[in-house]
Design a protein around this ligand. Structure first.
Ligand SMILES: Nc1ncnc2c1ncn2[C@@H]1O[C@H](COP(=O)(O)OP(=O)(O)OP(=O)(O)O)[C@@H](O)[C@H]1O
Length: 849
């Protein structure tokens, strides 16, 4: 049975067809001929998108036995735009965003918006679909999401995320309002999932069992918090992320099984009350976090199990703080929100440029979203406000989103596995998951983990969480909507009128907004964080009553466990061929004194551990710290060779660090002596040809590539590797230096330019460089905006970025300070052209003076 997928934008790249049998799903065999046949048989229906011919993809999943899986299919991220209707206070005359069709009678695919500089000019952005102000929740769902539910049950993962400026309707789209008709994508998705699950069970006469489980978490200030857990269980550093089987997983995330829609409603409403939203000037109930709902569908037939996941993501909205009047607390959140969205746009840009280095790891949200790296189907819903007051923000999100269309995701269905080897691909909890250790609940601002906050919330708590949106299905209606064909658009003003004359009135704009508002939690005061209205203190019997020593013992034990597991992971990643360190096995009752590591070392390890956890706003650095941690552990065990390897692996994260280089040199020297002694006359070259040296060589290569990627000119893609060479000259030694010499003539001009600007880290900074860096490091928005080539947004983004980078240990590491033009160039949004212009701008001023 062949099934054509719903999307018209997929393309077929049948490279390998995996043929597997139900009896032996693990035995696969390439069948390229069959793939070719299928490709030629079905590639005839071509659709045109973005002026690029695309072929339709056909998947052959869920065929009768034997299973035939087309595994290497790619498709672009499907990007659709939705223009929200006018709110009560907004006027028709201010509408500037329109939805249009390429030709009359065709579906809407264009968004038109005037140029901010010249009103008579108009920009057009093409999307896979555009939904105007009159579009209902049901129409959007039926056209964009419902068709993919089938694919979800065929084993594909589905990701739907709403992106846009604050107040443009992301939460409304994803979660929806109180009335049945206002239900958003999420409740409708669950409704469809349960319905299809029941159908599959029924059609198979109960042979196939379908289970649904939920995880729900938020990323707040770049920390991950489980929304299924009560706020008092949160730890200040949130849950860590790890990569597993090519997927980013949240370690220790809980999962709840969900039987039906009623169950879902209870869980969803309860956990949404844990989500952080607050009043800002631009949105009375603004989401201050990115919220990610994961719906895991497990189909079990006999001993075969197939898992797939639908992720529905309501991103927090970017906001221009000049318009928000945000207070300090909101500004901190805003900086985190803007930074992650900025990184997202950087990722989109990098992917669409075809860059090798995609800055996913610079924010948790982009790591989790992994655009272009994740498999399955991805739908991005760009939410737009039609008003002039959003003009520049709208343009910027239109730019990002239209580039996102070029991102290809691999459409790979999840494998079917035997029950005996249950998949652990979610890694998202369950009983086998280690939760983070409980820590004292005194917390920083604004995260609802503190006992005080919780207690405050509990004063207002009612027995039941407040229901703020509708979940239940009105089945009869849903099937009545035909697949979307939207007539030629009415002029914006008319549609706006149409919408506003509608009886549908958003409670947010009404006097009793706080009580009746459908989408987000009511907040007692403007600018205040509103935390769980449903919070109930745990009954006395469940409250923690443990002594300080017990807590200390728990923490110590946990640290030892975490270190051991990380050691295993890092060792496995770093040297797959090397023997794995034996896991630290400690009986629960083992006395603490039995720990092999001395107190002093433990303290240092803990300090490192804390830095790893707290420093996760820069995961690249925390990777580096992890290597340092491993190196120290290895040294403690007397394994100098491993220590050397880990120190060298840490080096790319702390390039040029004299202390680190010193350690490496000393260890190399020591190892050389020791090895020659051990090997009776063996010399260092023997060591150098062993696995350690191979690893070192690989590291150097990695280091070189890393630098090469970093130094790829962000503005013009012109390659300039010279700085990288200068950076690690000491480390690479003479042979590398020679290689550099060979490369130099090719990049002479760039090099000269770099030298003129003092891009080379090793060179003394010129007065102008110092002046420029002084301005940057001042983080003074006005000064930075005054630099040549810096617009308001660029300046704000830079300041936000620097503020975020500074962190607690800013003083010690100098992190968040820009010490050279080379560093400045590498910051998000900079690039050599920007730095050059700013530098030259200063020069002009000097000359003029
Ligand atoms: N399609 C729509 N129909 C009716 N009302 C809408 C629609 N989209 C948005 N709204 C209304 O617009 C207001 C802002 O929407 P919402 O809170 O969903 O924005 P948001 O993008 O999630 O904002 P933030 O990023 O600050 O959380 C709300 O009052 C919401 O009810």
């Amino acid at each position: 049975m062949l099934q054509a997928p719903p999307s018209s934008t997929r393309k077929l790249v049948v490279a390998t067809v995996i043929w597997s049998t139900r009896e032996h799903p693990s035995q696969t065999q390439s069948a390229p001929k069959l793939g070719t046949v299928l490709a030629s048989a079905f590639s005839c229906s071509t659709t045109v998108r973005d002026d690029k011919p695309q072929s339709r993809c056909f998947s052959f999943l869920f065929c009768p036995i034997p299973l035939v899986n087309v595994q290497l299919t790619t498709m672009s991220v499907r990007v659709v735009a939705r223009i929200r209707p006018l709110l009560e206070t907004e006027l028709d005359k201010d509408v500037i965003v329109r939805a249009e069709a390429v030709e009359e009678g065709k579906p809407l695919t264009m968004v038109k918006i005037p140029s901010p500089k010249n009103g008579s000019e108009e920009f057009s952005f093409a999307f896979n679909g555009v939904y105007d102000q009159a579009t209902t929740q049901e129409e959007l769902f039926t056209a964009e999401v419902a068709p993919h539910v089938k694919a979800l049950f065929q084993g594909l993962d589905l990701t739907i995320f709403a992106y846009g400026v604050t107040g443009t309707g992301k939460t409304h789209t994803m979660r929806g309002g109180m009335k049945l008709a206002e239900r958003g994508v999420i409740p409708r998705l669950l409704s469809n999932v349960f319905r299809r699950g029941k159908k599959i069970a029924k059609d198979s006469n109960g042979e196939t069992q379908v289970d649904v489980a939920l995880s729900y978490y938020e990323i707040y200030n770049d920390k991950v918090f489980d929304l299924l857990e009560p706020p008092e269980k949160r730890t200040p550093s949130g849950l860590p992320l790890r990569e597993k089987d090519g997927k980013t997983i949240v370690v220790g995330l809980s999962e709840r099984s969900c039987e039906d829609l009623r169950d879902f409603e209870r869980i969803y409403i309860e956990s949404n009350s844990n989500r952080i939203t607050a009043a800002t000037k631009l949105n009375a109930h603004s989401s201050r976090s990115h919220a990610i709902l994961r719906v895991k569908v497990t189909q079990t037939t006999g001993d075969m199990v197939q898992e797939s996941t639908a992720s529905a993501i309501d991103l927090a909205g970017s906001e221009d703080n000049r318009r928000t009047d945000n207070g300090k607390e909101r500004l901190v959140e805003s900086a985190a929100i803007n930074k992650s969205l900025f990184v997202l746009s950087q990722c989109v840009d990098a992917i669409s440029r075809g860059d090798k280095r995609i800055p996913y790891r610079e924010s948790k949200m982009t790591r989790i979203l992994s655009l272009g790296q994740n498999n399955g189907i991805t739908i991005m819903i760009l939410n737009l406000a039609p008003m002039r007051s959003y003009h520049l923000d709208t343009l910027s999100s239109l730019n990002v989103s239209s580039r996102a269309k070029r991102i290809e995701v691999r459409e790979i269905e999840n494998e079917v596995v035997f029950k005996q080897q249950p998949r652990t691909n979610s890694g998202l909890g369950g009983n086998n998951m280690q939760r983070q250790p409980l820590r004292p609940l005194a917390n920083a601002h604004n995260v609802a983990t503190g006992a005080v906050l919780a207690a405050k919330a509990s004063e207002k708590a009612s027995d039941k969480p407040v229901k703020l949106f509708s979940v239940y299905t009105d089945k009869a209606k849903s099937s009545a909507i035909p697949s979307r064909t939207i007539a030629a658009p009415a002029p914006a003003a008319n549609t706006a009128q149409l919408r506003r004359s509608n009886s549908h009135k958003r409670p947010s704009e009404s006097a009793d907004a706080l009580s009746a508002r459908p989408t987000k939690l009511a907040r007692p005061t403007q600018q205040s964080l509103v935390r769980p209205t449903n919070y109930q203190p745990a009954p006395a019997s469940q409250q923690l009553s443990i002594s300080a020593e017990q807590i200390e013992a728990m923490v110590e034990k946990k640290v030892a466990e975490i270190l051991a597991s990380r050691a295993a992971v890092v060792v496995a990643e770093a040297a797959p061929e090397a023997p794995q360190p034996a896991p630290v096995q400690e009986p629960p009752s083992a006395p603490l004194q039995s720990h092999k590591i001395s107190e002093e070392v433990r303290r240092r390890l803990e300090a490192l551990e804390r830095r790893i956890d707290h420093d996760e706003r820069d995961d690249a650095r925390s990777d580096g710290l992890r290597f340092l941690l491993q190196a120290r552990q290895a040294k403690e065990k007397g394994d100098d060779e491993a220590a050397l390897r880990f120190y060298e692996q840490a080096l790319p994260f702390f390039p040029g660090q004299a202390k680190l280089l010193g350690k490496i040199d000393r260890l190399r020297a020591k190892l050389g002596v020791a090895m020659s002694g051990n090997r009776k006359g063996g010399d260092i070259s023997q060591v150098a040809s062993g696995p350690a040296e191979r690893e070192r060589k690989a590291d150097r290569k990695r280091l070189r590539f890393r630098h090469d990627d970093d130094y790829k000119d962000a503005d013009n893609n012109e390659y300039d590797g010279t700085e990288a060479d200068v950076d690690d000259e000491d480390f690479v030694g003479p042979s590398r230096a020679k290689a550099n010499d060979l490369r130099r003539p090719k990049t002479q001009n760039t090099h000269k330019k770099a030298a003129r600007l003092g891009f080379d880290d090793g060179q003394p900074a010129s007065p102008r460089t110092k002046q420029l860096l002084g301005i940057i490091n001042s983080r003074d928005l006005a000064l930075i905006r005054g630099l040549h080539g810096f617009g308001a947004k660029k300046a704000q983004d830079l300041v936000d970025h620097l503020n975020l980078l500074r962190g607690d240990d800013g003083e010690e590491t100098g992190y968040g300070r820009v010490d050279s033009l080379a560093q400045l160039r590498l910051l998000p949004g900079m690039g050599s052209r920007t730095v050059e212009r700013a530098y030259d701008g200063l020069m002009d001023v000097d000359v003029a003076v």
